[in-house]
Structures are given as structure tokens and as C-alpha cells.
Ligand binder design. Sequence first.
Ligand code: PEP
Ligand code: MN
Length: 264
Amino acid sequence: MEITRENRKWLDDLQLSHPLVIAGPCSAETEEQVLETAHALKDSDVTMLRAGVWKPRTRPGSFEGVGAIALPWLMRAKKETGLQIAIEVGSAMHVKIALQYDIDVLWLGARTTVNPFLVQEIAEALNGTDKVVLVKNPVNPDLSLWLGAVERLQAQGIKNLGVIHRGFSTYRKTDYRNNPQWQIPIDLKSKHPDLPLICDPSHITGNREMIFDVCQTALDLRFDGLMVETHPTPEQAWSDAAQQITPSTMIQIMEDLRIRKKDF
Ligand code: PEP
Ligand code: MN
């Protein structure tokens, strides 16, 4: 796989003087929740609002997302705040629906990246898109499977690419929800230095108290950005309540992080 500066042009064109920050709720829940989050983040270093619309859950029976009704809410948030919009797609059908809206970034989740057939279908549904497509690592610590998903997108003419490190499942419980195994993103970065690399401390930690430290580690390792789950009332979130932080905590974290300015 050949990744060149062309693949990171979308990020360079943002001309940020700091790492890219994508923030927003695990799940879009209501129009009010989406708008409240977006307005609270709009005058900060956050560039993109994330929200899960379709939620891939490990086991059935928990909240699976409100679905496509959230897309107009996100469009309203974009219009009112100027934030770019990022959502997860997990099937070719999701892609077809999402492409009817002015969504800026689509990402593949960890439970999608593990499945080459699904990735292939999504890549074909995205054929030639100039939207930014980000690929989370698969749930298991398999760098080839992660890169394979990026290759499938590239083969469909998708140029605006990036990857998101969200840690890896373990059977035995550790302090992390998903073990970061930092060596894997470090290897990826050394093989493909022009592939934008974003850290998701929310799914790595599963715990809001640990978010800051993982953000700092990622920046020390020269990641290009962060994706952090942010909710107006995290304890009441419909998914991933333990790991979400408020917009004001997010803004405080961005102020407190040590950033190597010369890198940006
Ligand atoms: C999410 O971003 O809310 C999500 C489901 O993440 P992951 O695919 O990393 O588990
Ligand atoms: Mn989540």
C-alpha cells in the first residue's frame, strides 16, 4: 500500500495549529442533545462533531442508535455552528443513506473493520467519494487487517483517508476497556507516516478519569488528532456513559494538553 501526502491533504488543508479534535456524543440521542453539544463546542479547537447514528453493539438488547432521523439534526448542528460532521457507517445501506446528506467524514467502526466482506461492500458503496473516510482498528490486534481495510478503500479511488486507534479487546480485564498496545499504531505510523493517525481515548479507556492521560500519550507519540466522546450529561448517556465527558471538560483538556507546536 502506498500512502502519500495526497492522502492527508484534507487534514493539511484545515491548516490547524494544533492536533485535529473530533468531539461529540457516542450516540445521537435527541435533536436537543446534538445541538447542545455542538453549540458548547463551537468556539473551541474542536473542528468536527462526531455522533453515532447506527450503533454496532457487541450483544443484542442495548440501544442500537436512533438511525437516519438523526442526520437532519446533524445537518442543523453543522449549519448553526460551522462544525464538520463525522458519523459511523457499518453497511453499504448506511453509506447510501449518509451520502444523501452533507456529512464530511465517515468512519468504519472496530466491529466493521474486522470483516473484509463488509469493508469491501462499504468501499464499493463509497466508490470515488471525496469525503474523508477514517478506519478504526479492528477489535483484535491485527495490523494487517486494519491496513487491509484502508487498502480496500484506496482501491475504490478514495483518497481522503485516515485511521483511528481505539485499542484492542482482551479477554482478561485490564485498567483499559480496550488495551492500547501502543506498539501497533507506532508501527503503523512508521510504515505510513502520511496516513493521518487519530487516537480515540474514550474507547481505549472506557473511563472518563483516564481520558486526559491517554490524550497526552497520543500527542507525545505525535498522533495527528483525537476523537473524544463528549455529552452534555454523560451519566445519562444512552451508550458509553462511563467514558463520556462534558463539553467544558473537553475544552479544559484541550487547554491542559502539552502540544508540540512545531509539529502543527
Ligand atoms: C463508537 O465510536 O462509538 C464506537 C462504537 O466505537 P468502536 O467502533 O471503536 O467500538
Ligand atoms: Mn461509543
